[in-house]
Write a protein that binds this ligand. Sequence first.
Ligand SMILES: C[S@@+](CC[C@H](N)C(=O)[O-])C[C@H]1O[C@@H](n2cnc3c(N)ncnc32)[C@H](O)[C@@H]1O
Length: 255
Amino acid sequence: MVERPRREAQLLVMALLQKDELWLMTHENDLVEESEKLALWVTRRRANEPLEYITNRVSFYSQEFHIEQGALIPRPETELLIDEVLLIADKDKELTIVEVGVGSGIISTLLAQHLPKAKIIAVDISPDALKVARKNIEDFGLSERIELRLGDLLEPIDEKIDILVSNPPYIAEDEPLESNLDYEPDLALFGGKIGDEIIQRLLDAVQAREIPYFACEMGYDQKPKVENYLNGNYERLKFYKDLAGHDRGFVLKYK
Ligand SMILES: C[S@@+](CC[C@H](N)C(=O)[O-])C[C@H]1O[C@@H](n2cnc3c(N)ncnc32)[C@H](O)[C@@H]1O
C-alpha cells in the first residue's frame, strides 16, 4: 500500500515534468500533458515498485544519482559507511581504495569526490549493477579515477590495497521481506543461508592479504559473529550504529 498517495503523486509529477516544489505549488490546477506516461507510472507505483526505479533518480549524500532495476537503491545508512572511510583515509595520499559490491556506484563516486588523490577500483559480480555504476561514474566525470571490474569479491584485484570498503549483501535467504524489495536484485540483498557468508568471505580475504583497513556495513545482529571471526592481527577500530541505534557496520585496522 502507498502510505502517502497524494505526496507520492506529486513526486511522480515533478519527476516526470522535471519541475520543483515551487513550480508545483503555483501550478496545482494545470493538466499534465504526458498523462499516459503518468498513468503508467502510477500503475507501477500501485504495484509497490519503488519510486526511485520508476523515476530513475535517487538522492544520496545530498546528490542525485541515476538508478534502475539491477542495482540496489542506496539506503541512507550507507552514508555512515562513507563517513567512516573519510575518517581513516588521508586525503593527501595516493591511496588505492577497493570497493567490493559497487552497485549503483554511490560509495566509489563519493569517495573519489572527497579523496582527490585516491585511485579507486570497484568490483561487482553483476553486469547489470556495473552498467548503472558506469553511468553514474561517467555522469560525475569520474571515469579516469574509478575503474570498474566484473568478478567475485577480491578475485579481480592483484594490486596492493590500502583500504577496502564494502556494503555487501547481508540478509539471510529465508528472511521474510517487504514486497517493495521484490524489485531489488537478489544478488544485492542475500548474503547466503545465514546472511553473513559474504562478510565472512571478505574477512578471510582481508586477513589473508593483510589489508591495512577494512570498512564494512553489516546486519544489525551480526556484530558478535564478526568480532569472533577476527584473528589477533586486527584491531576492531570501531563498530558503528545507524540512526535507529542498530549495529550497522565496522572498521578494522591491521595492527
Ligand atoms: C548491498 S548491494 C550494495 C550496492 C552499493 N554499494 C550500495 O551501497 O548501495 C551489494 C552489491 O554486491 C554485489 N555482490 C554480491 N555478491 C558479490 C560477489 N560475490 N562479488 C562481488 N560483488 C557482489 C551485488 O551485485 C550488489 O551490487
